[in-house]
Design a protein around this ligand. Structure first.
Ligand code: GLA
Length: 386
């Protein structure tokens, strides 16, 4: 969608006036490898996608904010003079509302506005629709207010805080960072302890990255997500009795095996430490064009998330198992938080149709659900639409 089409859609919803309509886009993200690592201070390897959420904004001359989306029936109005609080009946609109609340509390002068969102990113699919709408809203407000030099890393941190404090999900920085900082045809290797990052060309030789949506919505994801995070903190507290560690990724497998007597904590920590090593290896594979090596790391990542971290679930395991047996596939794993959502597979380009047919049929038979398949296109981070 370009700015003209988005403006037409906006005016259908809010009517036409003389005031300009400001148009933006924020992508979803896919994480190539490095799952449940960001809040443990290690390396992640995400990329921004070409699918995402469009946003249009027009200022009003009062203090009201109207939030609508073409993807939901619920529309929500806020008064900027109110105390803005999370309300479950506000559903999806709590995300943009959280951005307004936090900017308001930080003392930014906010004006009333009408906002329309429209996306092609499935909700609850692990492609970060929540971080996309947060980063989009914050970028829109600052950009429409005339800011030209927006610090994108600070923007990502700000949006992570909104998700932690307003929404109540104790997520790490990966999603907001990749949506704010993405570059076309590049993956990002991000050190979540220091936020140092580098862009690595997303070149998969004769393969493509296929995104497989299990269409199993995440349930109880948030509470289990927060539970995993607490388990990692508990493991780190124990390991710190013997050694000054900045984060759990700095521990070694031997330390984890020796010092964590609780079997659950030991498995959680083992996933974290081994996954962080896989990310470093994956960078080398991608840079050297070693796709078979990359695929092998994806398999190991999924097995670790399944057995040690226990965040995959029946549907994602089924998709990945089927993918690994299907034509042209050299590696597959879940991506994102897990508990449902999407998996990814590295597939020979000329086998994609046969691959999708075989996996799709097997998946329906096993689960009664229909999976969706599409080839990932890696794109830029949040931006103004021309
Ligand atoms: C979600 C969170 C991220 C990250 C992933 C798991 O997407 O928002 O911060 O922890 O799960 O890697």
């Amino acid at each position: 969608m370009d700015a003209k089409q988005l403006t037409t859609l906006f005016e259908k919803n809010y009517g036409a006036t003389q005031e300009p309509v400001h148009c933006f886009f924020a992508p979803g993200r896919v994480n190539l490898i490095g799952e449940h690592i960001d809040y443990n201070g290690g390396f992640v390897f995400p990329a921004a996608l070409s699918v995402g959420i469009w946003g249009a904004l027009r200022f009003r001359d009062d203090n009201r904010v109207c939030l609508k989306s073409t993807n939901a029936e619920l529309a929500v109005n806020l008064e900027l003079t109110d105390t803005l609080m999370f309300l479950s009946e506000d559903g999806w609109a709590n995300y943009p509302k959280g951005v307004f609340a936090k900017l308001f509390n930080a003392g930014m002068t906010l004006k009333g506005c009408d906002i329309l969102f429209s996306g092609n990113l499935p909700d609850g699919a692990g492609l970060s629709s929540s971080a996309a709408i947060l980063v989009l809203t914050a970028f829109m407000l600052r950009s429409a207010a005339g800011e030209t030099e927006i610090d994108r890393v600070a923007l990502a941190r700000f949006c992570q805080q909104v998700e932690n404090e307003f929404i109540g999900v104790n997520c790490g920085i990966m999603d907001q960072f990749s949506i704010a900082m993405g570059q076309k045809d590049k993956a990002m290797l991000l050190d979540c302890e220091t936020l140092a990052y580098e862009y690595i060309p997303f070149v998969l030789q004769e393969h493509s990255l296929v995104i497989m949506n299990s269409n199993k919505k995440r349930e109880l994801a948030d509470s289990k997500y927060n539970q995993r995070r607490s388990e990692c903190e508990a493991a780190l507290d124990i390991l710190r009795r013997r050694k000054a560690l900045k984060n759990l990724c700095q521990a070694s497998v031997a330390e984890v095996e020796e010092q964590l007597s609780d079997a659950t904590l030991r498995r959680r920590a083992r996933h974290v430490v081994t996954e962080n090593e896989r990310v470093k290896q994956a960078k080398i594979c991608l840079m050297q064009g070693d796709m078979v090596g990359f695929g092998q790391l994806m398999r190991e990542s999924h097995a670790s998330l399944r057995q040690d971290y226990e965040v995959t679930g029946r549907e994602l395991d089924c998709l990945v198992d089927l993918a690994l047996k299907a034509p042209g596939c050299i590696g597959a794993r879940m991506t994102g938080a897990g508990f449902g959502g999407c998996a990814i597979a590295l597939v020979k380009r000329d086998a994609i149709t046969a691959f999708s047919e075989q996996v799709g049929a097997g998946y329906s038979q096993a689960t009664g659900l229909k999976a969706d398949f599409h080839v990932a296109a890696v794109s830029d981070g949040v931006k103004i639409l021309d």
